[in-house]
Write a protein that binds this ligand. Structure first.
Ligand code: PGA
Length: 262
């Protein structure tokens, strides 16, 4: 089963509107004339979404611009109302947002998001045709205690609870070992492949083999131009969620190019 890889830049709390503009102009010029066999996604802070949407969707943006899709870094599980500081899925839709990152380890550990909250957000996103990039992954402590599979099993079964087959077909999974995020330490390709194959087997248990063979599972955690090719060569790795190395257009492009060559 050949799956189209998906490379998503997770900028986290970096780049306001003017830096977003500089980045996108530079990336678009670098993409000129290149035919990249992968989906490319940028996920800026909320405040930069209008600028990004404008840059990618105005009439003069050119054909490369349309190859880049937009993700939000979070969304509310509620439609509207008294939720100070929150952003709804309908608000995101106004800015051509296609994807939303949910369950990122920073949301889980710093902002206390539980599997239940993440599940509610997944459902809300899918209701409005936003495709979740559903993040899972174990801490070093959990891995060393031999709990890798049980942690992933819980995150997958609780996070995806109640999702239909068609919901699952719209969902991208990102396996991100917490110990590899922002640390410069990457999972070896063997470690990553093993976890990805296990996650795919969980999807097969829950949704059957056809959906499992189609679901795209990104790897995330210190992906760089130098390690992208080896990681992406693994049979169950279908792209990457990239933090640090996505902040410069050149290194983001090199990750995409090196990772989609194979
Ligand atoms: P990193 O972040 O590439 O800086 O490790 C990845 C992520 O958190 O999605």
């Amino acid at each position: 089963m050949k799956r189209k890889p998906i490379f998503a830049a997770n900028w986290k709390m970096n780049k306001g509107a003017s830096e977003t503009e500089d980045f996108v102009k530079s990336l678009l010029s670098k993409l000129q004339g290149k035919d990249i066999p992968a989906d490319i996604v940028i996920s800026p802070p909320f405040i930069s979404l209008p600028k990004l949407a404008d840059l990618l969707h105005n009439a003069n943006a050119g054909q490369n611009a349309h190859a880049i899709q937009i993700a939000a870094q979070n969304c509310s599980q509620h439609d509207s109302g008294a939720f100070t500081g929150e952003v709804s899925v309908m608000m995101l839709r106004e800015f051509y947002v296609h994807y939303v990152i949910l369950g990122h380890s920073e949301r889980r550990s710093i902002f206390g998001e539980t599997d239940e909250v993440i599940n509610a957000k997944m459902k809300k996103a899918l209701e409005t045709n936003l495709k979740p990039i559903f993040c899972i992954g174990e801490t070093l402590e959990e891995r060393e205690a031999g709990k890798l599979e049980s942690v992933l099993r819980t995150q997958v079964t609780e996070g995806l609870k109640g999702l239909s087959n068609s919901d699952m077909s719209e969902t991208v999974i990102a396996y991100e070992p917490v110990w590899a995020i922002g640390t410069g330490v990457t999972a070896s390709s063997d470690q990553a492949q093993e976890a990805h194959a296990f996650v795919r087997s969980l999807i097969e248990e829950l949704y059957g083999s056809e959906i499992a063979s189609k679901v795209r599972i990104q790897y995330g955690g210190s992906v760089k131009p130098g390690n992208a090719a080896e990681l992406m060569a693994c049979p169950d790795i279908d792209g990457a969620l990239i933090g640090g190395a996505s902040l410069e257009p050149q290194s983001f492009l090199e990750v995409i190019q090196n990772g989609s060559e194979g």
